[in-house]
Design a protein around this ligand. Structure first.
Ligand code: AHM
Ligand code: MG
Length: 326
């Protein structure tokens, strides 16, 4: 028999002595929103769903109509759940709270509703990324939101590709589910995924090469010399998904234009770093762990390097070597 994502979560929770089901109810909100977004994406081009919405988000980026739709779907599907104290989205400047006492909400959900939106109009994979934190009663709501990634209770993403795949971890391994369109449910496809220890690909926007710190240039040159192949989709979820399955390394180093990196700590780097570590890989902002960064703002950016253990250890060694030579 099949196992749906909801059943899988319930089993996990029972194993961990939390039988209330609150958490699986919350994840149910995310999967419902994902199915709404997937339905919209599948028919993109038929209706008036492609193209710019006509406004900019807090990052000063053009919002696409599907960005707005995906954000509304997440807020609608999660906002009705009492267990949600606040929602934090790439598309909203401030955390979204609800007309009920924050004390009733045990969880904070942080998300990028539609990652890779520059790829929508050209029919290339996009995704939804999410991170779940516990609201800590002894902390203010803002402090609860700004907990480091190590405190995530769950994280995951949905990649809208040739099939729609959900990958999540609640701290006990990484599991993937494929949307079965005939029954409308995410069905278990891989349990306890392990990122290969070493892979064949590096993935980076090489157009920025001239303005990376020296160490990253040396590192990529070394990988090239060793026969690595290059892959870059420009949708973080899709580039990460490949890295999880095939191994290798994804890099978004500091650049002249984005000295603090381009990707966002709370809803891009942290959830994917959590998944990478759960699958045996590593994630770093240049040195140390992404998950140990103490956030100072909800839309803060970070350099983000993630991948197989071998490539990540090699990166750390090259960056240290370059640092010492200076
Ligand atoms: P978005 O959340 O506005 O879609 O932007 C994030 C995207 C990531 O999906 C991707 O890894 C990165 O931006 C690509 O950036 P670039 O075009 O600079 O290579
Ligand atoms: Mg994004």
């Amino acid at each position: 028999m099949i196992t749906t994502v909801q059943q899988h979560l319930l089993q996990e929770q029972q194993r961990h002595g939390d039988a209330s089901g609150t958490f699986s109810w919350l994840l149910g909100g995310i999967t419902l929103a994902a199915k709404m977004v997937e339905a919209k994406i599948r028919s993109a081009g038929l209706g008036d769903v492609l193209g710019a919405f006509g406004a900019e988000n807090v990052q000063g980026e053009q919002q696409q109509k599907l960005d707005v739709y995906a954000n509304n779907a997440m807020i609608h599907c999660l906002g009705l759940r009492d267990s949600v104290a606040a929602l934090v989205s790439e598309e909203d400047e401030e955390p979204v709270t609800f007309n009920r006492s924050v004390e009733r909400g045990k969880y904070i959900v942080i998300f990028d509703p539609l990652d890779g939106s520059s790829n929508i109009d050209v029919n290339v994979n996009v995704g939804t990324i999410f991170s779940v934190h516990r609201r800590v009663p002894a902390l203010s709501l803002d402090e609860s939101i700004l907990q480091p990634g190590t405190e995530q209770v769950a994280a995951g993403y949905v990649v809208y590709g040739p099939s729609t795949v959900l990958v999540y971890s609640a701290g006990n391994g990484v599991h993937s589910f494929t949307l079965d369109p005939t029954i409308g449910a995410f069905v278990l496809s891989k349990e306890h995924m392990v990122m290969p220890e070493k892979g064949p690909y590096y993935s980076v926007n090489e157009a920025n090469l001239a303005t990376w710190p020296e160490g990253y240039r040396t590192y990529v040159e070394e990988l090239r010399a060793e026969g690595y192949s290059s892959r870059y989709i420009g949708s973080l979820v899709a580039d990460f998904h490949r890295t999880l399955l095939k191994g290798g390394v994804f890099l978004y180093p500091p650049t002249l234009k984005q000295p603090k990196g381009k990707l966002r700590l709370l809803y891009e780097a942290n959830p994917l770093a959590f998944l990478a570590e759960q699958a045996g890989g590593m994630a770093s902002p240049g040195s140390g762990r992404v998950l140990e960064i103490k956030p100072t703002g909800i839309h803060q950016r970070t350099p983000f390097m993630v991948g197989s253990r071998w490539e990540m250890e090699r990166l750390a060694a090259v960056l240290t070597r370059e640092e010492e030579a200076r």
